[in-house]
Design a protein around this ligand. Structure first.
Ligand SMILES: NC(=O)C1=CN([C@@H]2O[C@H](COP(=O)(O)OP(=O)(O)OC[C@H]3O[C@@H](n4cnc5c(N)ncnc54)[C@H](OP(=O)(O)O)[C@@H]3O)[C@@H](O)[C@H]2O)C=CC1
Ligand SMILES: O=C1OC[C@@H](O)[C@H](O)[C@H]1O
Length: 390
C-alpha cells in the first residue's frame, strides 16, 4: 500500500465488556496480515466505569497493551492527552452522553452501533463533531469488510442490473429452555429498556445496513431519498421489542427494502439460506449469515448461473490466529484522521442519521418506548451514564 512510516492512531477504550475485548484484540493484530502498511494502532488507555482494577484486568484479557493507562471512570479517560480517539463500547443507552463527553473533551470518536437511542441524539452528536472539527463514526464494522466493498462494487458495475429489492434478516434463537421467556436475564442489555435493549437497535441495524448500503448509499448524492417506513413489532415482557419487521420504500427508485429481526428464531440454523438477498434486474447477490459478519456470498444470474465466493477474515498467527474483522473499521478511522476527514465516506453522518430516523420510526410504530434518562438529547457531563452510577 503506502511507503514510509505508517500513521499511528492512539486509542482510548471506553468500557471493558464483550465487544471492547473483541475490538481490542483486533487492534492488536498486525496490520500486515490484512495487507495494511499505511496505518497502525496503539491502545494507550482503557477505562472502566466500575474500577481501574477492572480496566487492568481487561489488559490481561486482551493479552497486550500492558503499558496502557488504566482508569476507573470515563471522565478521566477523555482528558488523557495521549489519546487521539475514543472507542465507545458501552450499551446503546449510554452512547449519546458518552460520545458527547468525549467530543466535549476534544477527542475523536468511534461509537458502537446502534449510534444512539433517538435520531435527535444522532443529529446532536453530528452537530457537535462538526462544530468542534472532530472525527466521528458509527462503528458499523460490516460496511468496511472486503466482502461488503466487493458487493457494493458489483452493484455499481451493473453485475446484477438495477437493484430493486433487498431483503435482510438478523435473528437469533434466544428462547429459554422452558417457558415463553428469552434466555437473557431481564437486566441484560439485549432486553433491558433502561439500556435501550431490543431487537431493532441491537440486531435490526444490520439488515438495515444491507438495505441502506444497496438501496441508498450507492445512489448519487442528489438522488438519495430517506425511505418511507412501515413496521411492526412484538413486545417482550420487559417492554423492549423481541421481533420487528421493517419495510423501507424508496419510491423515487422503485425500490424496496425489507429488514427483519427476532430473538425467537435463527436466521438460518444450517447456514444454507442467504441472510441477505440483493435483487436486481439481471440477477441477485446473496450474502450468507450472519448479516453482521458474513464470509460468503453468491452471485446468481437471471439465467440461473451461479458462483459462490468465500471471503474469510485474515488471522494473525502471532496473536493465536485471532482476527474477527473489526480492524477494517479501525483502519478506516486511522485513514480518515490521517487525511483530515471528519467523517467516513463509507458511512457518512447523514446516512447514520437517516438510519436512526428509520429505526426511531419503526420503534414508534411498534409502540416501543425508552426512559427519559436515555432519550434526552441534552448533554449532561454529570449524567449517571457518564459518571458510572447507572
Ligand atoms: N459490532 C459488533 O459486532 C457488536 C457490537 N456490540 C455493541 O457494543 C455495545 C456494547 O455491547 P457489549 O460489549 O456486548 O456489552 P457488555 O454488556 O458486554 O459490555 C458493556 C460495557 O459497558 C459498560 N457499562 C457502563 N454502564 C453500564 C451499565 N449500566 N450496564 C451495563 N454495562 C455498562 C461496562 O463496562 P465498564 O464496567 O468497564 O464501564 C460493560 O462491560 C452495544 O452498543 C452493542 O450493540 C455488541 C456486540 C457485538
Ligand atoms: O452487534 C452485534 O452483533 C452480534 C450480535 O450477537 C450482538 O448481539 C450484536 O450486538
Amino acid at each position: 500500500m503506502a511507503s514510509g512510516n505508517p500513521y499511528t492512531l492512539k486509542w482510548g477504550i471506553m468500557a471493558t465488556g464483550g465487544i471492547a475485548e473483541t475490538f481490542c484484540k483486533d487492534l492488536l493484530c498486525s496490520p500486515a496480515v490484512r495487507g495494511a502498511d499505511d496505518v497502525r494502532h496503539e491502545i494507550v488507555a482503557v477505562a472502566s466505569s466500575s474500577s481501574s482494577k477492572r480496566a487492568a484486568e481487561f489488559l490481561q484479557k486482551i493479552n497486550g497493551a500492558f503499558d496502557a493507562k488504566t482508569y476507573g471512570s470515563y471522565p478521566e479517560l477523555v482528558v488523557d492527552p495521549n489519546v487521539d480517539i475514543i472507542y465507545v463500547a458501552t450499551p446503546h443507552s449510554h452512547h449519546f452522553q458518552n460520545t458527547m463527553l468525549a467530543l466535549e473533551a476534544g477527542k475523536h470518536v468511534l461509537c458502537e452501533k446502534a449510534f444512539t437511542v433517538t435520531a435527535a441524539q444522532a443529529r446532536k452528536l453530528v452537530e457537535t463533531a462538526k462544530a468542534k472539527k472532530l472525527f466521528l463514526m458509527e462503528a458499523v464494522w460490516t460496511r468496511y469488510f472486503p466482502l461488503s466493498i466487493k458487493v457494493r462494487e458489483l452493484i455499481t458495475s451493473g453485475e446484477i442490473g438495477t437493484v430493486f429489492r433487498t431483503i435482510g434478516d438478523l435473528s437469533i434463537n434466544s428462547n429459554a429452555e422452558e417457558g415463553s421467556g428469552l434466555s437473557f436475564a431481564d437486566s441484560h442489555r439485549m432486553v433491558n429498556p433502561d439500556l435501550a435493549g431490543g431487537a431493532t437497535l441491537d440486531l435490526g441495524v444490520y439488515p438495515l445496513t444491507w438495505v441502506f448500503q444497496t438501496l441508498y448509499h450507492l445512489q448519487p448524492e442528489q438522488d438519495k431519498e430517506a425511505p418511507t417506513v412501515i413496521a411492526s413489532s412484538n413486545k417482550y415482557t420487559t417492554g423492549a421489542d423481541e421481533n420487528t419487521a421493517i419495510i423501507c420504500s424508496f419510491p423515487g427508485h422503485s425500490s424496496i427494502g425489507i429488514a427483519s429481526t427476532t430473538m425467537r428464531a435463527d436466521t438460518d440454523p444450517e447456514n444454507v439460506v442467504p441472510a441477505v438477498r440483493i435483487q436486481g434486474s439481471k440477477g441477485e447477490i446473496q450474502v450468507f449469515a450472519p448479516a453482521y459478519r458474513p464470509t460468503k456470498y453468491r452471485v446468481v444470474k437471471k439465467n440461473g448461473e451461479a458462483q459462490t465466493f468465500d471471503v474469510p477474515q485474515p488471522a494473525d498467527p502471532a496473536r493465536n490466529s485471532w482476527g474477527h474483522g473489526m480492524f477494517w473499521e479501525a483502519d478506516e478511522c486511522a485513514r480518515c484522521l490521517r487525511d483530515g476527514k471528519l467523517e467516513s465516506a463509507t458511512l457518512p453522518w447523514k446516512e447514520s442519521i437517516v438510519i436512526m430516523e428509520t429505526m426511531e420510526e419503526a420503534l414508534r410504530q411498534g409502540g416501543i418506548t425508552y426512559p427519559e434518562l436515555i432519550t434526552t438529547d441534552v448533554y449532561d457531563p454529570k449524567s449517571p451514564l457518564n459518571t458510572g452510577n447507572q
